[in-house]
Ligand binder design. Structure first.
Ligand SMILES: [Zn+2]
Length: 404
């Protein structure tokens, strides 16, 4: 018998082993009675022990729970064993599961939106609800959240009914029963939270709404065809509050202010940062223009109307080198070779007929250098910077010599 359906609070039981099957290093055990809830209906599975053997996995097949423990073990058919579940975990799952019923009913009442699906995870739980045309979704969900917490405070009794399927018409069920809810006797299991929420369900529930403790929506995402809502119940909600409260305390201390003013303070600092960034960009531009002028002053004449600027700037980024090169080739007659520790830029004034792409292709084949650009500027990086520089200057002097 699946005892978890009778009483969700039973945390230990004695049971007789009905079958043992060895599968891939595990033994799958079935018992005459079990308190282990296998995952289902969005709820997570239980953890626990059979005697001293940890139950690593639970699977339900034809309404029978299969408990997996590792091999080797000493268990055999007919043994009477002690089952023990991690009740702290079970109670947490009961809180999340019961909380979901309450929240879904509140959302239905406030937003008239159906719950489409429910997933419980180790940290948080999620429901997807149907899209609604409510303009202020956040405010409407807050109203549903408030109502959910009122239902908790109202301490409503939660009962489980097993009724013939034909009698379900007499109940105002939020959802139609599915085939999985109907047992071999043609009965369905209904979770009934007073007259507030009545729904077919095979999960484990608290016995009063008060036991759920607290319900808090933590995230809302509006998607194309649905709305996804994350929420926490009970201890999970309290823990979340503690973490966020501590974080806010640290942030207000960092900004040397209080909770009421911290948002304004952060906005103000972000604005200041933007202004400073703008100023820095402008100053950097000016600095680069001086550096460009300085390097051009020590350029080398390659002919009557051609100058070579060959300069290393090890403290500058590739982007800075690019900006300097751009400034330089705005003047007529310049060939530019700029480097930092890893990168290079080669560039020329558009009025020069020199084919820098051909020179680059020739050298890059010799030294296996990566780079690319256009007819006036090429950038790249290499671990052979000095060889690259020498080769480039050599190629230039060959071309200059042959043109005289
Ligand atoms: Zn349920």
């Amino acid at each position: 018998m699946n005892l978890f359906l009778q009483n969700a609070y039973t945390s230990t039981c004695e049971a007789t082993i009905h079958s043992l099957t060895e599968i891939d290093g595990f033994t799958a055990i079935t018992l005459n009675d079990t308190i282990f809830f296998p995952a289902g209906g969005g709820q997570l599975d239980d953890k626990g022990f059979i005697n001293d053997y940890e139950v690593t996995q639970l699977k339900k097949k034809d309404n029978v729970v299969h408990h997996f423990i590792r091999l080797p073990n000493q268990l055999k058919l007919g043994d009477i064993v002690t089952c023990k579940i991690d009740f702290n975990r079970r109670f947490d799952l009961m809180q999340q599961h019961t909380g979901q019923h309450i929240l879904s009913q509140c959302i239905f009442r406030v937003l008239h939106a159906e719950t489409l699906s429910f997933q419980m995870k180790e940290e948080t739980s999620t429901i997807q609800i149907a899209l609604t045309d409510i303009s202020d979704l956040a405010a409407a969900l807050m109203e549903a959240e408030n109502l959910a917490n009122q239902i908790i405070t109202d301490n409503l009794p939660i009962t489980i009914l097993n009724i013939p399927i034909q009698d379900s018409l007499h109940y105002n069920l939020r959802k139609e029963p599915l085939t999985q809810h109907i047992d071999e006797k043609g009965q369905i299991r209904i979770a009934k939270i007073a007259d507030f929420e009545v729904i077919p369900c095979g999960g484990t529930h608290c016995t009063t709404t008060l036991e759920v403790g607290l319900i808090k929506i933590t995230d809302i995402k509006k998607q194309k065809d649905k709305i996804t809502i994350d929420f926490l119940c009970g201890q999970r909600a309290l823990k979340d509050y503690q973490v966020k409260s501590d974080l806010l305390k640290s942030i207000t201390a960092l900004f040397n202010t209080n909770l009421a003013e911290v948002e304004q303070r952060i906005k103000k600092q972000l604005l200041e940062l933007e202004t400073l960034k703008g100023n820095l960009v402008q100053k950097n531009k000016e600095l680069l223009s001086y550096k460009a002028q300085y390097a051009m002053n020590s350029s080398l004449a390659l002919g009557d109307d051609t100058q070579l600027v060959n300069q290393a700037f090890n403290d500058l980024t590739l982007n800075d080198l690019k900006l300097i090169a751009k400034t330089m080739i705005q003047n007529q007659g310049y060939i530019v070779l700029l480097t930092n520790n890893n990168d290079f830029i080669i560039a020329k004034s558009p009025n020069l007929a020199l084919d820098i792409q051909a020179i680059f292709t020739k050298i890059s084949r010799l030294l296996a250098i990566k780079g690319g650009g256009d007819t006036n500027m090429i950038q790249g990086s290499t671990t052979h910077l000095s060889e690259f520089t020498q080769q480039f200057v050599q190629e230039l002097s060959n071309i200059t010599a042959s043109s005289h």
